[in-house]
Design a protein around this ligand. Structure first.
Ligand code: SF4
Length: 300
């Protein structure tokens, strides 16, 4: 496994609680990195040698602004390209957004702002407009993340009609609970591959405050606070992993078959079936299917 990108889940907390969120971000969530955690991760990334990009995201990383800022400064100082993903609740006016963004201008290479009907009552919220305008003034490369409503993709034909820049919902995390009733369901045996992650040779992983290296949110390859990142990468064997192995072999369908799970007959997409199977397997594989936050439970 040769990682080029680490996405730091600075916190599981968020000021919002969106239906489509696959890390269950919420004001009630717990679990935030400290500066010591961030420094440890950056050192591990440096030692690995292949990592080029570090992202700060969440939850909502601007909730811990001073810690995010220091982490960004130190990551950039170590030679990483740095990005941020934010909702951006803080951009209450263009003028104020400039104040928030000035400390990161000239340091970050990307600001991705989430804006869609899950985040506000407009597809391009006023906060997103303010953040994008401020970023332009400060010469910060910026773009939007816009997730379509379930009904937009409920037929195969509709997939091609998503608006430019829009992505379809992935029915995992909170979306697997709250949005699946709004789209078509498909037979469980059709989901024979993972459509979104390169599970054999991932280039980008997410890391949370426990050090969990998530190949997909809620599937941990171990904690880099327990085992050096170099070691986690060197010993990674997708086929031998009891959760990832079946997913590689035959997608979520194979995961269900391998462990003889009784989950029902139809699902919104591969992630929906995968999410349900992983919930059913958590007790069996607690060291892989973790932490509680990724399964909709708050932890201290
Ligand atoms: S199928 Fe499973 S492993 Fe693949 S992206 Fe969806 S939830 Fe993640």
């Amino acid at each position: 496994m040769e990682l080029t990108g680490l996405h730091l889940l600075l916190t599981y907390e968020c000021n919002l609680e969106c239906d489509h969120c696959f890390v269950w971000g919420s004001p009630l969530q717990k679990g935030t990195m400290t500066l010591r955690h961030i420094r440890h991760i950056l050192q591990e990334a440096k030692a690995l040698g292949s990592v080029k990009n570090i992202y700060f995201e969440g939850g909502e990383p601007f909730l811990y602004y001073p810690i995010m800022l220091r982490g960004i400064q130190e990551a950039a100082g170590m030679g990483f390209k740095v990005g941020i993903v934010s909702n951006p609740y803080w951009a209450t006016s263009e003028e104020d957004a400039i104040e928030w963004l000035t400390p990161v201008s000239g340091i970050i290479h990307d600001l991705s702002v989430s804006t869609d009907l899950y985040h506000s009552n407009e597809e391009l919220s006023q906060q997103a407009r303010n953040a994008l305008a401020a970023a332009e003034k400060l010469d910060i490369p910026a773009g939007t993340i816009n997730i379509a409503q379930p009904e937009s993709t409920e037929s195969e034909a509709a997939y091609g009609q998503l608006a430019r820049g829009e992505s379809a919902v992935m029915y995992r995390g909170r979306a697997a609970r709250d949005l699946v009733s709004r789209t078509l369901q498909h037979p469980w045996h059709e989901f024979t591959k993972c459509p979104h992650e390169d599970l054999c040779n991932p280039k980008r992983v997410h890391i949370d405050y426990l050090g969990n290296l998530h190949i997909c949110q809620g599937i941990s390859l171990g904690s880099l606070f327990d085992t050096p990142l170099i070691e986690l990468c060197r010993t990674f064997d997708a086929d031998a992993n009891p959760v990832i192995g079946p997913l590689v072999k035959g997608g979520p369908t194979e995961l269900v078959r391998r462990y003889d799970l009784a989950l029902g007959k139809s699902f919104a997409d591969a992630c929906h079936l995968c999410d349900m199977a992983r919930h059913a397997l958590r007790e069996r594989f607690p060291d892989i299917l973790r932490p509680d936050q990724m399964y909709g439970l708050s932890s201290s």
